[in-house]
Design a protein around this ligand. Structure first.
Ligand code: HEM
Length: 293
């Protein structure tokens, strides 16, 4: 299969980078519109339930915000894939490459912290998984865990969502492309797709925090990770695996390759994570038991 088709910019499709930027801007605007209705404490889940059940328009705003975060990640991933395919990493200085890696990390954190803030059963489950892994990193991990969600206080992770991670992402996007405005065509294109999607598949908010289930599936990008934690030791799935990815991306511009080894490595990793996500999503039950024995 010719994969260049994935990156072709036709007359009617903006590039992945423009779609990602547009989705980010839509997430910012819809997020600001949600502020007055969201109460991060004492019961964020209840405040969103009331909000989305109040009217279809409210539900649309919630779905738009949530899906724009998803699209931001998906388009950002495709944009990275394109970079790797075109070997663009060879043209980067150490400093600009370092900022790009930071951008990827903080983008993921911006989206993930949104999911954690809503206070569903899935949010608390994800917090306990992540803090359990962080505590294994002794002093540094404990510090990061306390910084992100001290005593599982969701108002703190919410502040990181709308301030720390969002602002850092804005700064790093600016450092990367020297602008913060998407082409209006790309913005309308992305907005139209997101609105159609939000109307067709209104986004729920998951299980309430009181649901008597042990393990809850996290958001789509987290499920592959949960699946790995199910069969690999925590230090491999939770620490070594993310560490290898970070190292891989960090040294990319310095690797002198002859063929397409980096592209194949990246595709292999993507395929592996995709397969893990499919197993976690379709073949695991509510208590993470294997469904087809
Ligand atoms: C000023 C910036 C932002 C504000 C004020 C804001 C506000 C909010 C609020 C109030 C919620 C909980 C209510 C709800 O989900 O309907 C939320 C959740 C969320 N936010 Fe944001 N947000 C901002 C930026 C972003 C950005 C930049 C992204 C992604 C690129 C993002 C992605 C998400 C996601 C994925 C959720 C979880 C939605 C769900 O799972 O249902 N937010 N945000």
């Amino acid at each position: 299969m010719d994969i260049t088709i994935l990156f072709k910019k036709n007359l009617w499709t903006p590039g992945w980078g423009e779609i990602s930027l547009s989705a980010f801007i839509i997430a910012l605007i819809s997020g600001v519109l949600l502020i007055p209705f969201f109460e991060p404490s004492p019961d964020p889940f209840k405040s969103i339930s009331i909000f989305i059940n109040y009217s279809a328009l409210n539900h649309l705003l919630h779905s738009l915000h949530s899906y724009s975060g998803d699209l931001f990640l998906i388009a950002g991933f495709m944009h990275t894939f394109e970079y790797i395919y075109k070997k663009s990493y060879n043209n980067y200085s150490f400093k600009s490459w370092f900022f790009l890696i930071l951008l990827s990390v903080f983008s993921l954190l911006a989206v993930f912290s949104g999911f954690l803030s809503i206070g569903s059963k899935g949010s608390f489950s994800a917090i306990s998984i992540v803090s359990g892994i962080l505590y294994r990193l002794s002093v540094l991990g404990t510090f990061v865990s306390e910084f992100l969600f001290p005593n599982e206080r969701l108002s703190v992770i919410y502040m990181h969502h709308i301030a720390t991670f969002t602002i850092l992402s804005i700064i790093l996007i600016y450092v990367h492309i020297k602008k913060l405005r998407a082409e209006s065509y790309a913005l309308y294109y992305t907005l139209t797709i997101l609105i159609i999607f939000s109307i067709a598949f209104p986004e729920g908010i998951g299980f309430s925090p009181g649901t008597p289930l042990e393990v809850i599936k996290g958001p789509w990008y987290f499920i592959g990770f949960q699946e790995m934690l199910g069969w690999l030791p925590v230090w491999i799935a939770g620490l070594l695996f993310p560490f290898i990815i970070l190292i891989f991306f960090s040294i990319l511009p310095h690797i002198k390759e002859k063929g397409n080894e980096i592209l194949y490595g990246f595709m292999l990793f993507t395929f592996f994570y995709f397969a893990e996500s499919i197993i976690g999503y379709f073949f695991r039950g509510d208590e993470w038991q294997f469904l087809f024995r």
